[in-house]
Design a protein around this ligand. Structure first.
Ligand code: FAD
Length: 349
């Protein structure tokens, strides 16, 4: 029987960050992950966006989340020898006078000023995209290669014999003697980090999961080079290999999580409306975002099985929410620090 402190089910962004902080706290972890393609962490752009929505509202806890996320990703870059945190301003298209006025009103608010540029600099978009009514520009935004982070950490876990590549079988879990047993593994606690697939988890499917499918295109854009992110009908996000991430659609009703012809056409048509130059589609991906009804992550232990935990619900903002809440989850597990009531699943008790 192999003994570990924690078993983590799911090695997307949530499971990877949690494993990282638990190991950092001196504990042993073992991960079980099915290794599927088409999961949120593998498909996402990883945009960190401080101000979102039609009303240009600051994202929840953004003043705390962004600096912590930056610090975490920077330290992971050093640990793993990779480059994942790419600061990139976001240019936001303003479509009419009302939007421009709302934007300007926000820039006058001292709480928003640090995130907003007075005048947008369109760089190469100036010549290569269709001119819109007006533009705003955001600072302290970034693109994080969360897919590369999970992939690189996975190699490390495999090398150290800490990862089992299989679909977790809930029937095989055993609670003998207050511990968790699964196959030849024995652990003090088990944490489910299954993303959108948690809807099939018999222990936690009582939680109000949502699930929003998104499709994205990876494209090459001829004769140009953009450094910034543009939000104009779709997001155009420069990737480090010279391609661009174009996304994404939002579907709350879907039959499967695979890419569809409709999704491809929708995104390609949007991009055609924005660019003056031709582009070539090199990939088409889809995944389901682990959204939740009240838009707050799910952290905490099962009401009847205190050895079972969940860390989920990173929704549409895993890149910014992940590090802070993974750290809080780790402190709760390691030091019994109470969870923030807003994220504790006790709110559904
Ligand atoms: C199209 C799209 C665009 C997005 N864009 C952004 C963005 O720009 N910025 C941002 O911050 N966020 C974005 N997101 C959201 C972000 O991807 C998620 O918040 C984050 O990746 C969720 O990570 P997770 O680990 O909870 O879930 P996942 O990435 O789904 O990982 C769960 C893992 O668990 C495994 N698993 C699940 N169940 C089992 C089981 N029973 N047994 C074994 N393994 C299991 C899965 O195979 C997977 O590897 C986007 C998501 C999508 C789909």
């Amino acid at each position: 029987m192999k003994q570990v402190d924690y078993i983590i089910v799911g090695q997307g962004l949530a499971g990877t960050l949690l494993a990282h902080f638990l190991q950092d706290g001196g504990k042993s972890v073992f991960l079980i992950d099915a290794g599927e393609q088409g999961t949120a962490t593998k498909v996402a752009a990883g945009i960190i966006n401080p101000i979102t929505g039609r009303r240009y509202v600051k994202s929840w806890k953004v003043d705390t989340l962004i600096p912590f996320a930056k610090e975490t990703y920077r330290s992971l870059e050093v640990l793993l020898g990779i480059s994942i945190f790419h600061p990139r301003p976001i240019i936001r298209t303003l479509f009419n006078v009302r939007e421009e006025n709302d934007w300007l009103a926000r820039t006058a608010d001292p709480a928003y000023a640090p995130y907003m540029q007075d005048v947008a600099d369109l760089e190469n978009y100036q010549d290569h995209s269709i001119k819109a009514f007006s533009y705003g520009e955001l600072k302290h935004s970034a693109q994080v290669d969360i897919g590369l982070l999970a992939k690189t950490y996975r190699l490390l876990f495999k090398e150290k014999d800490q990862l089992l590549e299989e679909k977790f079988d809930y029937e095989k879990i055993d609670f003998e003697g207050g511990k968790i047993r699964y196959g030849n593994m024995e652990a003090e606690k088990l944490i489910f980090c299954e993303g959108a697939q948690a809807v099939s988890n018999p222990f936690f499917n009582y939680l109000p999961f949502g699930g929003a499918k998104g499709e994205v295109l990876i494209v090459r854009i001829k004769e140009t080079h953009f450094e910034k992110i543009l939000k104009h009908r779709v997001f155009i996000v420069p990737l480090t290999d010279g391609t661009y991430w174009i996304g994404s659609s939002y579907n709350w009703k879907f039959e499967h999580s695979q890419p569809t012809e409709d999704g491809r056409q929708f995104l390609a048509a949007r991009l055609e409306e924005v660019l003056k130059v031709p582009f070539e589609i090199v990939e088409h991906r889809a995944a389901v975002r682990p959204t939740v009804k009240d838009r707050r992550p799910f952290l905490g232990s099962h009401p009847e099985w205190p050895q079972l935990y969940i860390f989920n619900g990173l929704g549409t903002k895993g890149a910014s929410l992940g590090p802070y809440w993974a750290k809080q989850m780790a402190r709760h597990l390691l030091l019994d620090v109470p969870l923030d009531k807003e994220v504790d699943i006790q709110r559904f008790a």
